[in-house]
Design a protein around this ligand. Sequence first.
Ligand code: AHR
Length: 501
Amino acid sequence: MSSPSRVLVDPSMVIGDIDPRVYGSFVEHMGRCVYDGIFDPEHPTADEAGFRQDVAELVRELGPTILRYPGGNFVSGYHWEDGVGPREARPRRRDLAWRSIETNQVGTNEFLGYARSVGAEAMMAVNLGTRGIDAATALLEYTTLRDGSYWADLRREHGVAEPYDVPVWCLGNEMDGPWQLGHKTAYEYGRLAAETAVAMRRVNPAIELVACGTSKPIMPTFATWEAQVLEQCYQHVDYLSMHMYVDPERTPDLRSLLASGIDIDAYIDAVIASVDYARAAGKHSKAMPLAFDEWNVWYNSRPREIGVWPVAPELIGDIYSLADALVVGSFINSILRRSDRVRIACLAQLVNVIAPIRTERGGGPAWRQSTFYPFAYASRYGRGDSLHVGLTTGRHSTESHDDVADLDVAAVREPSGAVTFFVVNRDLERTIPLELDVRGFSSLGPGATLTHAVLSGPSAEATNAVDQPRIGIEESVTSWDGQPVGIPPLSWSMVRLQPNT
Ligand code: AHR
């Protein structure tokens, strides 16, 4: 054991309430996320609609609150009309984003039914790449209006009498990226986003709209993109999106990878600064919340073999290590630390494609990756208010960072009165005793129920496989004696104190 670290929290030091939508995920028509992922009519567990129930069970356990759909880069070439109506009449199309064949056997109605069945809200994206206002308003009418006009009546003809509640809509995807179909300049996109927002609100004034921010921190247009897009559309939208992936093979070493939370914090702060500039320059009174609607670890520098226009190819099916799961824990902590501004966040993606859940082809089972656990625990216990953390801990430096805290900590006060800490121990060797200073919470003294859930595995590089769950959670529940809690090296932990009633 080394010298203790200490966390101090107080009920009066609240960062903000945590919007449950920060525990979102993402279903893209890409690789094996939809086909051979959530949907496989041949699988022994498939329901009548063709959705795998073993996967659906794991999705419920993971606990995403909102699911973004149908892309991603896919949406920028998508004709949503191809995916509704009788399945046998739906066209097979070339998906130009991922050079795959889209069979359209899953479309809007199937997805929205699925989201409901797993207990998640839906967050739909419209195609502002190859299409525009007309297709967006038609889709909004089709999904959310009851009847009495063409698209709403068409949905009813398709067997769905009641409209869906789709609260959040994304105005395109990563429109700053040259890889995006219909890529635009900030001015072009900002104008289109504003005009599409106005038209969509005429169809359904209750919706919330997300404009595209920058697609990754290294984009040369970052910050000017935000300023110029928001100059055109600030008053018409409710959120600005941000995306970020950490590539372990682009970090110099393990210790630098484990310090990724520093870069995530810095990027969130930089995006906030850029939208606050737009707010000040445009004399807007409301602050702009962020939708961090794609985030994860992604081995993006690895070569990709897609093949020749395949259906549901294995595409970016990264297998995650223990170290990757710690980075996922740090992403969640960074998001919680800015819960005042980050109001939506989506772990990209849900199944098979850079995902916490994997499926085996040919009728095989579904299983949990290492990254499943920090998300599932945070979604379950990380609800309520995010608290400022007074953290006293050791510091170290890595190849890419000069001053890194040994522990990465976020704290939550749950409505039940429990106080929960999510902790990443970045130290590779030392168990760090963590003092919990909760004296401001009168119901949380020694004798409170202490739950300590630790994610660990045999090594930083260890991964899970279908029949080898090497990385998992060990949970202990005890009566807290007021003493420090030992946080094992190279681990993600949940430390939760519950008042005794
Ligand atoms: O999630 C994979 C891809 O990453 C998405 O399609 C795109 O939006 C992002 O670049």
